[in-house]
Design a protein around this ligand. Sequence first.
Ligand code: MRU
Length: 369
Amino acid sequence: MDDSFFHSQVRTVWWEEEADGRAQIALLDQSLLPQQVVIMHLQHEQQVADAIASLKVRGAPAIGVTAAFGVALAAARLLAERQAGQRELTQSELSEHVYEVGQLLCRTRPTAVNLFWATERMQRCMQRAARRSMPVQQLVDLLQEEAQAIAAEDVQACWQMGMYGAELIADGDTLLTHCNAGALAATGIGTALAPIYVAARSGKNLHVLVDETRPVLQGARLTAWELQQEGIPLTLITDNMAGHFMRQGNIRSIFVGADRIAANGDVANKIGTYSLAVLAHAHQIPLYVVAPCSTIDLSLPSGDQIPIEQRKPEEVTTLYGTPIAPAGVAVANPAFDVTPHPYISAIITEKGIVRPPYRENLRELDTEL
Ligand code: MRU
C-alpha cells in the first residue's frame, strides 16, 4: 500500500522551513473554500491563535495539530529572535514562553478537547526535556519533533478509524454526514469521512448526503468540496431536509465526528448533531461517531460539563456579509450541541469500535497522554 492511501487530496496544515532556516506553518485557509484555495504562511504564534479562532483551520484533530505546531513555532521564533539580537535564551525563559503560548492557544476555542490535549502534550514534552537540562536549541528541536509526531499519529489514527468504520458500510449504501469531519478537519483522511473513503477505495459504491450545516456551512463549503475532490458521489441537502430523507428510507447510516466525548459517551459535535441523532433514533438508523482517542475527555463525567462555544451573531444574521435578518434581532449561536449517549450506536476510534456501556468501554481504551 503506498503512502497516498493514508492521505487525501487535500492538506490542512504542515510545518515548513524557509531557505534561511526560519520555521513557519503552512495552512489551507478554510474560510475561503470552496471559491479560493489559498495557503497561508504563519510565522508568529498570535497568527496561529487567530487562524484557529477565525475558523481558517477548524475541526477537532486539525485544531490540535495546529496548536502543537503553534507551540513549536513559538519556541523556534523566540530562539531565532534572541540569536538575531545576540541575546541568550535560558531554558526557564523558553519553558515559560511555551506555557504562555499554550495558554494563548487554549483561549481560542473552548469545545474541541484536542486543542487542550495537544498543548498539554507539548508542555509535557518541554518539562520532560527540561529535566534532562539540554541546550535550548535541542529543546526547540524536540518540540518540533513532538508536534510532527502528533501530526503523524493523526494521519495513522484517521486511517485506522477508516478501516474499522468501513466494516459498518455495505456496497450500495447511502450515508449521511453533518459538518465537515473529513481530511479538512484533520491531517489524515479525516474522522467521520475516513470510513467512507476506505469503503469507497475498497470498491464499494456509496452515496453521501451532506448536510449544509448552518450557520457556517461546513457541509456545503467543505464536505461537498472535499468529497468532490475524492470523486465520491454526493448530494447536498439543507439541514432541515434530513428527517424527510430518513422517513423515505433512503439513509442506511449516519457518520459524524466529535469535538469532545465525555466519560459516559455523551458527544459534543457541530450544532445540529443532536437533532439528527434524535431523528435517526426515531427511524432506527444507526448513528456512528468517529473520533480519535485525543477527543475523549474522561475527566468529564457527562456531556453536561462540556463547554459549548458561543460564536458571534453575524454568523447567523448574514451570509457572506449580506444581511438576511432584521437589524438588531436577538440571536443565539451555540457552535456545538451535546448528543446523549443513548442515541449513539457506536464510537469508532483508532483503537477499535466502542459500543455501550460507554463508561466502562471508553475507560478500557487507555486514553492517557
Ligand atoms: O466549528 P468546527 O468547524 O471546528 O466544527 C467541527 C466539527 O464539529 C466536527 O464535526 C468535529 O470537529 C470533528 S472533526 C474530525
